[in-house]
Ligand binder design. Sequence first.
Ligand code: M6R
Length: 607
Amino acid sequence: MCGIVGYIGSERAVPILVEGLKKLEYRGYDSAGVAVLEEDQLHLRKSAGNLAVLDKIIQKEKIPGCMGLGHTRWATHGAPTDKNAHPHLDCAGEIAVVHNGIIENFQEIKAELEKEGHSFATETDTEVVAHLIEKYYEGELVEAVHRATQDLAGSYALAVIHRKTPDRIVAFRQDSPLILGIGADCHFLASDIPALLPYTREVVILEEGEMAELKKQSFRVWDPGGQEREKEIEQVQWDVQMAEKKGYPHYMLKEIYEQPAVLRQLLQEPLSGDQVEIPGVKKILEQMEDIERIFIVACGTAYHSGLIGKFLLERAWGIPVEVDVASEFRYREPLIGDKTLLIVVSQSGETADTLGALRYARARQAPTLGIINVRGSTIAREADNVLFIEAGPEIAVASTKAFFNMVAAFNLLALKIGGQKGNIISPEKLEEKLRELPALAEKTLQGVEEGTRQAASYFQKWNHAFFVGRGLDYCLALEGALKLKEISYIHAEAHAAGELKHGTLALIEEGIPVIAIITREDLLEKMVSNIQEIRARGGYVIGIAPVDFGPRLGEELDRLLLIPATEGALAPLLATIPLQLLSYHAARLRGCPIDQPRNLAKSVTVE
Ligand code: M6R
């Protein structure tokens, strides 16, 4: 993963680089570093720990120089130490390189370079790039980077500066994102758009295998064959405020509270006319009758949204839908062809496994649909159809508003397809209920804030928790457990409520917290029986249910968090909110670094 920034212009580079890195810290926070050129002086500062540690070091000095690179790391090769922090240098200390991705053949290259006399200072894969460029440099940095990249295998976004050419930054992209920012008399580069937003909304997105040279007043781009290429300058719709905390203590809380607004944004265009119109899926609708089977493929939270998508689409479309974890999908060699629709779901649009699944399907002529948040991301560019979830920048590592809008996007799709196929009894009613949902989400946020705080305080003394549900609620249970593990480090397991008695019930002991999600009326009695089984063994059951179930559940639970009543298929969206807040408050009470949980990064661009 890792985040890269670069700047060349007339301002002092260090504050700009640090500001950019702050916006990319979600990509990794094991170490951070900057390399700045001032005439022919290369200033390098790097340190293990998050950006705040580096910031403290560089605050003490006013490093000069109006061009440089910055990096925030999610360690892959080599421990998260000062030494292994990027940028990395060549033998002469003249070339500085930052890298996001993995150089798969670095061992062979390193052995070869060592034989040629290069000496290595770190355990990273990245350092070979600096030495390769040193080997090939004959006065032209672009040429040297081009030759070096010919030797590399793997995924890598690179940015390079050389003490002898202090008027340019050279960048290269292969399977890891890299975006150029166009300023007035200056240029930027970054792994993701939020890092550019304080300076510019004009961007150029590099494609696979493209190389760029940034100077103060100009930029050039070459295609993989080495031909110079004109690039379109795109206008970003997000503004700088969207990527700020806006007074919230954490991005995660801000993003939870943004859910009603982002849902309104998602629904606005599709529900603005007489017919439901979803921009980006027209081709799929034309091919609808030819499609015999659907695969939904994604990772983590996006995968959980896919599980819900399966329920919705199978019913609406009337064809079988399978859901796969992306890291497993292509290795089981699924039977896929031109009558199979592959739906990939991803907030970042950069997740390596999900991208791998997309490419696997495209290579077999399968039509593809991306349900994606980030415009311009690799998956958004490569999928045949894209339904953008309009969640705006999501900075916290724990995904909240993106999940919310992924599930809402599946509902929209189901409404459109089910309406067209006649598989939904009353599409008008469902549409009406969807329209009401943003207001109900607001009501849910107000209604459960205090209850989730109190319930979370119960978790304080526990290191284990269980989540149970049936049907769509089981999918939500999986998401609730992931969220709790990820940010509070409480071990959490999710089970289909009816499965507990087949083994896991043995773990239920006096007082252990169990969160039961109960939004399905038809399964209410069965859930009550499962809850009784848990409580009879001492489990402390916190229920999440629509307000109209309250009278039937009151006595059955130790604590009840009520959400507004809505259409059955939409209730899981509202039930997501207390689950998110429960995790948030549990993590807060435990003093965890909520936006940057240990060992994780937001955008997982390695397999
Ligand atoms: O960007 P993506 O949606 O493809 O990311 C997939 C997962 O890495 C992501 O959902 C992850 O599980 C989140 N950290 C969960 O909160």
